[in-house]
Ligand binder design. Structure first.
Ligand code: FES
Length: 170
C-alpha cells in the first residue's frame, strides 16, 4: 500500500485561500449585501422612535471628556452621542449619507470619518469632505441635567415631531 503525501505548500496555500475567501466574503456582505437588503426591505431595519438611556449608558456618557463620543445601539445601526467641546450634547445616526457605511468619531481631528470612501463630517455632522452628499442625520435629545457636567435622564428621539406626537398621545 502506498501513501500519498500532499505537499506542505499545497496545504498552506489551501488554508490561505480559505482565509482570504472568508475575508472577501465578509467585506462583500458588509459593503454590498447589507445596504442592498436595507434598500430592498426598508421596513426590516426600521429605526426606533426613541431610545431611553439606561443607568449604565448614562454612566458611560457622563465620563466622556469634551470632544469624546459614545457609540450606542440605534435600532440596527449605531448612534453617536458627542459631548462637544462647546459643552453641547449632539446625537447622530452613525450612518454615512453616501452609501450607508458606519461612521466613527475621531477626537484627534474633531470629525466623523467614514472609512468606506474617506468621507468626513465636522462636529456638527456637516459633510465637509469626500462623497457624502448630505450631513449626518441628527437625532433629537431630551434630557435632564447639565450636558457639560452630568445628565441624569436622556431619551434620544428619531425627530422632534415624533417626540411631540408621543407627548400628545400620553
Ligand atoms: S459610504 Fe461613506 S463615504 Fe462612501
Amino acid at each position: 500500500m502506498t501513501e500519498r503525501h500532499i505537499p506542505y505548500s499545497m496545504v498552506e496555500r489551501r488554508s490561505f485561500l480559505g482565509r482570504m475567501s472568508a475575508i472577501v466574503g465578509a467585506v462583500f456582505f458588509a459593503q454590498v449585501v447589507l445596504p442592498l437588503w436595507r434598500y430592498l426591505f426598508p421596513g426590516m431595519s426600521r429605526e426606533p422612535d426613541k431610545v431611553e438611556f439606561t443607568e449604565d449608558m448614562l454612566a458611560q456618557l457622563n465620563t466622556l471628556e469634551p470632544g469624546e463620543c459614545l457609540r450606542f445601539q440605534w435600532g440596527g445601526v449605531p448612534g453617536l452621542a458627542l459631548r462637544a467641546r462647546d459643552g453641547e450634547l449632539r446625537v447622530f445616526k452613525g450612518v454615512c449619507t453616501h452609501a450607508d457605511c458606519n461612521v466613527a468619531w475621531r477626537s484627534e481631528t474633531n470629525d466623523f470619518f467614514c472609512a468606506c470612501h474617506e468621507g468626513r463630517y465636522d462636529e456638527f455632522g456637516k459633510n465637509i469632505e469626500g462623497p457624502p452628499p448630505r450631513p449626518l442625520t441628527r437625532l433629537f435629545v431630551e434630557f435632564t441635567g447639565d450636558p457639560a457636567k452630568e445628565i441624569t435622564e436622556l431619551t434620544v428621539w428619531r425627530s422632534e415631531s415624533v417626540q411631540r406626537k408621543e407627548g400628545e398621545g400620553a
